[in-house]
Write a protein that binds this ligand. Structure first.
Ligand code: NDP
Length: 336
């Protein structure tokens, strides 16, 4: 095989992205030069933050360029090496192009150990989403024993880990998610004390009030919007809000109005802090070690939704906004 597929940003989305924002292109598989490796893509991660990068606006990360190949978290296998440290057959992770094969300098990727954990988990529980949950919950949320923690987007890659970390710290944990299957997972597999389906519950504020009779001490927020509006009135004095994401507004056109949270913040002296996982880059090893230990001890569980086929990458990305995934959304592109 001498050619491969790649996926470019064809058009910047207005509102919810569609398949028209992506273009498949066939191109020649590149040859590695000295110091480089050729990597076969095995697992592609699709992540909500990529929606932000599709817009031409200033943010903590550069926008994707029009008519250029998209990039993201990828796990792959080295099929040719002209480097000194990495060999054929090694598994690596890196921020690589959405294409079936990539060339990288050895320093651009990190070797991962397939004997330690499934290679896909380095994109989920042991990777960026797991670390986001870990640092957001431990450094900002900092739940204490018997406190009440609410997690929105609770059945996603970050949310399900964040909630379990709060349980490990001795808190009572309530999750909010968008399907009965997710609610069942949270309550019966992930050990959440209570979970609420925000799509089918008539009065989400009342449901939360019932689930949190002692109020809310930590609100790990992945979604923002009306779900968060239902939580704010329940915040206890000195509550903490790790503001991890706001997916409910990523596809908004026009102004994102409300919520008016200032009186809640003042009355209850709430600390709300936005954060980016990269803020904790110098502690990543510590976080990954702790997550790995909990996994090994059976104290942490995780889920992945794996779709097959390179051609399904755009649909899998769009599915994040429809709530199609439980846990980390990945696409399997090649066999291990
Ligand atoms: P998820 O695995 O949680 O997937 C996204 C989920 O969001 C969907 O499954 C869906 O679940 C939910 N969702 C989609 N649209 C809405 C909506 N309008 N209102 C409420 N929920 C919605 O993704 P991640 O775990 O990777 O990311 C979760 C959040 O964390 C995102 O906001 C993301 O941007 C953020 N994030 C932040 C990082 C940081 O460094 N600060 C790093 C990584 C992620 P449901 O069925 O429940 O609606």
């Amino acid at each position: 095989m001498t050619t491969m597929q790649q996926i470019m940003l064809a058009k910047r989305p207005i509102g919810t992205p569609t398949k028209e924002n992506f273009r498949f292109v066939e191109t020649t598989i590149p040859e590695p030069k000295d110091g480089e490796v050729l990597i076969q893509t095995l697992y592609v991660s699709v992540d909500p933050y990529m929606r932000g990068r599709m817009e031409d606006v200033k943010s903590y990360v550069e926008p994707f360029k029009l008519n250029e190949v998209l990039t993201g978290g990828i796990v792959g296998k080295i099929t040719r090496s002209k480097g000194d440290h990495l060999s054929e057959g090694d598994y690596v992770i890196g921020n690589l192009a959405w294409q079936e094969y990539s060339i990288a300098k050895e320093s651009q990727v990190r070797k991962i150990d397939a004997n330690l954990a499934p290679i896909s988990s380095y994109l989920g529980v042991l990777g960026m989403p797991g670390l986001t949950a870990y640092f957001g919950m431990t450094e900002i949320g900092d739940p204490k024993e018997n406190e009440t923690v609410v997690v929105s987007g609770a059945a996603g890659a970050v949310g399900m880990i964040a909630g379990q970390i709060a349980k490990l710290k001795g808190a009572k944990v309530v999750g909010i998610a968008g399907s009965d299957e997710k609610i069942d997972y949270l309550k019966n597999k992930a050990g959440f004390d209570m979970a609420i389906n925000y799509k089918t519950t008539d009065n989400i504020h009342q449901a939360l009030k019932d689930a949190c009779p002692d109020g809310v001490d930590v609100y790990f927020d992945n979604v923002g919007g009306t779900v968060s509006e239902a939580v704010y009135p329940l915040l206890n004095t000195f509550a903490r809000i790790p503001q991890c994401g706001a997916i409910s507004s990523y596809n908004k056109t026009g102004d994102d109005i409300g919520p008016r949270i200032h009186t809640y913040l003042i009355k209850s002296r709430v600390r709300i802090q936005g954060f980016i996982v990269g803020d904790y880059a110098d502690q990543f090893q510590e976080g990954a070690r702790e997550l790995g230990k909990w996994l090994q001890e059976g104290k942490l569980t995780y889920e992945e939704t794996i779709n097959d086929g390179f051609e399904n990458i755009p649909d899998s990305f769009l599915g994040l906004f429809a709530g199609n995934n439980i846990g980390k959304q990945l696409i399997r592109v090649g066999e291990e």
